[in-house]
Write a protein that binds this ligand. Structure first.
Ligand code: PNS
Length: 182
């Protein structure tokens, strides 16, 4: 009898800084999980860059936000993204696309990655309209001065932001009903 070869698992890498994870990232991850068998969220470890959250904190926040989904893995990497993708036998690199301002940088990065590793495809997923102006940096900027960002990040991220920014914690205690009103 002819041996049946199981279909190849299609793995995609979703790389980024995730400092911290936002609902825009969550939206992209959910879309990627509909297309690929496995999605690895890969946090860049870049000693030359200053992050608000340590690699371990970023990793744990993502794990907690997706508790129990076996198709999703969270990992950290350093060095070239394509080397990491090769090591994981990934067929695709996922990037989220928001406004047109993302395009130039993403295009450049995708072409460089293709030059370095022709067998991995860059796949761009558009975030839901709701998250089109959401970014980790704008969230940190608002949160540090007490701005309510609680409907822009998953709950585990909100709790960690409150730990980092006392003004945010105080503001959310004062106005709990503000949450989710916009
Ligand atoms: O969330 P970010 O900061 O926009 O993610 C950028 C990231 C991590 C995808 C990019 O900086 C990256 O891939 N870095 C790894 C180094 C690398 O492979 N560089 C060559 C491709 S431009």
């Amino acid at each position: 009898m002819k041996k049946k070869i199981p279909p190849k698992k299609r793995t995609a890498i979703y790389p980024g800084s995730f400092d911290p994870l936002t609902n825009g990232h969550v939206d992209v991850i959910q879309r990627a999980l509909e297309i690929f068998d496995e999605v690895i969220v890969a946090i860049l470890r870049n000693p030359g860059k200053k992050y608000l959250f340590s690699t371990q904190e970023r990793l744990e926040m993502i794990q907690r936000s997706f508790n129990g989904n076996d198709a999703l893995k969270v990992d950290a990497f350093d060095g070239l993204l394509v080397d990491y993708a090769r090591m994981k036998n990934a067929v695709a690199i996922i990037r989220g696309m928001r406004a047109i301002s993302d395009f130039e940088n993403e295009f450049q990065m995708a072409l460089m990655n293709r030059k370095l590793h022709k067998d991995v495809q860059s796949v761009f997923l558009m975030t839901g309209l709701r998250w089109i102006f959401t970014s980790s940096s704008i969230i940190k900027e608002a949160a540090q001065f007490g701005g309510d960002v609680s409907d822009m990040v998953p709950e585990p991220v909100k709790l960690k932001l409150m730990e980092k920014f006392p003004l945010l914690k105080a503001g959310l205690r004062r106005n709990p009903s503000e949450k989710g009103r916009r």
